[in-house]
Design a protein around this ligand. Structure first.
Ligand SMILES: [Zn+2]
Length: 461
């Protein structure tokens, strides 16, 4: 029997446990004990399964997979507001004629809050327990994350154009620093950060100031990097250097950097990324939708470069389902390399869990299920026609499951979704609020002034 001092708050038992610890095999009928938000023990003995009668709460995971919560390492949660607003367009037209004007006209502290809450709701529903976010009005995103009970790295956007909430670009670094100061230490689950939009939309001085601020606050420095061929060509034209070498010469290429996309890299750039300890995020569905290309994922992983997985924002995906993203990541890598054994199901799952945690600098707390780590985990229901039989749990999760198969979502020992019911958020209220914003956007697009909104240069791809 557990003594009172060690009595678990929550026990999850009976499932197939994927710890995602390197080299570890799945554990059948595992019992996970959780106390004060931490995993305090894992047991696979028959005695272990019956010793927790005095736990405060119990989840029976029989017939399910128990695994670490998924880490979405690059997104813009509040862009759920614009889901389906602009599709099937060339990137420049999509961005300058649709997304920028809509963001300029409709983003506010209030709309970002409700958009971010919708993103949180969708992530809880599809098994994501931690995400990295770069956007504007990030106090609103942080409040949404706090309310939802999720974990996140939330970075204030920095761009050298008038932006939502930051009308004068001269204030962009100052605003980001003020945001980081407000949220540093405010919540165990929130890491504030800074997001320099890209090497094209931020000047050399801004990039340097951003990297210095990230260093000062000890936070990840997010950026979009080498997303399109034209971006690489423009930087080559302006600086006579490829983007990775340009950033290195500025002194900003280091292990604080989390770079999303990383599609157009040559061999020397890959070597320098490895040398400098830069962390990368693969966002395959966004890259496919905007026809940006395919990141050389297997080559980067082979070099030992930490590479997580992200959905990007809902305007270029158009959902936040990391199960779908894992499936796409694996399949597109196979097509790209003409090698069916490239990026296995387990590799994809690693990118979405332990590697994603490492990319965000959170590998000491999350990403695997081990005693001493935070109890951020999900239960996936396998009792579904499309998931039977199960010869290989990694294959079932990556190639057959979807976010809708997640039954329970737990962050820091707190159950956020149980049997598909949300326990921290009012789904109807959130969807009603976002629908009201969408009606305003639709009405404005149909009105006579639809082209008059001033563009704010905020590429959120
Ligand atoms: Zn992005």
């Amino acid at each position: 029997m557990e003594t009172l001092a060690h009595r678990p708050d929550l026990v999850v038992s009976g499932g197939t446990l994927l710890t995602m610890v390197d080299g570890a095999a799945p554990l059948e009928k595992a019992t996970i004990r959780i106390r004060s938000g931490l995993i305090i023990g894992i047991d696979t003995t028959p005695e272990g399964q019956t010793a927790d009668a005095d736990a405060l709460d119990h989840i029976d995971a029989t017939g399910c997979i128990v695994m670490p919560g998924l880490v979405n390492a690059h997104t813009h949660a509040a862009m759920t507001l614009f889901r389906g607003y602009a599709d099937d367009l060339p990137l420049q037209q999509w961005l300058f004629e649709r997304i920028f004007p809509a963001e300029a006209a409709f983003l506010s502290d209030d709309t970002v809050y409700w958009g971010a809450l919708l993103g949180c709701l969708e992530m809880i529903a599809s098994g994501t327990t931690c995400f990295a976010d770069g956007y504007f009005f990030q106090d609103a995103t942080a409040r949404a994350v706090r309310k939802a009970g999720l974990r996140a790295v939330i970075a204030q956007g920095v761009i050298d154009f008038p932006a939502p909430g930051v009308p004068d670009p001269a204030d962009n670094i100052r605003e980001a620093c003020a945001f980081m100061k407000r949220w540093q230490g405010a919540s165990d689950r929130i890491t504030p950060g800074l997001f320099c939009h890209s090497p094209l939309t931020c000047s050399a001085a801004t990039l340097k100031a951003g990297a210095e601020a990230a260093e000062r606050y000890g936070t990840p420095f997010q950026i979009h990097l080498s997303e399109t061929r034209s971006e690489v060509d423009q930087i080559l034209q302006q600086t006579a250097k490829r983007p990775v070498f340009y950033l290195d010469d500025l002194g900003v290429l280091n292990d604080r950097m989390t770079a999303a996309h990383a599609v157009h890299l040559d061999r020397d750039e890959m070597g320098l990324i490895k040398e400098r300890g830069v962390r990368l995020v693969n966002v395959p569905e966004s890259n496919m939708k905007l026809a940006s290309g395919v990141a050389p994922v297997t080559g980067l992983l082979r070099l030992g470069i930490p590479m997580g997985l992200g959905t990007d924002g809902c305007c270029s995906n158009n959902n936040l389902d990391m199960f779908q993203e894992m499936d796409t990541a694996a399949k597109v890598s196979k097509v790209f390399s003409a090698d069916p054994v490239a990026l296995t199901a387990r590799d994809a799952l690693r990118m979405a869990t332990s590697l994603g945690a490492a990319v965000l600098g959170l590998e000491g707390r999350i990403g695997t299920i081990e005693a001493g780590k935070a109890a951020d985990l999900i239960v996936v229901d396998l009792q579904k026609p499309h998931l039977r039989p199960v010869y290989n749990p990694y294959s079932a999760l990556v190639y057959a499951a979807s976010g809708g198969d997640v039954r329970d979502t737990i962050v820091e020992g707190r159950i956020l979704m149980r049997n598909r019911s949300f326990l921290t958020l009012d789904a109807n209220e959130i969807m009603r609020k976002v629908s009201a914003v969408a009606q305003r956007i639709t009405a404005a697009a149909a009105g006579p002034n639809q082209t008059s909104a001033p563009p704010a240069a905020t590429q959120e791809t």
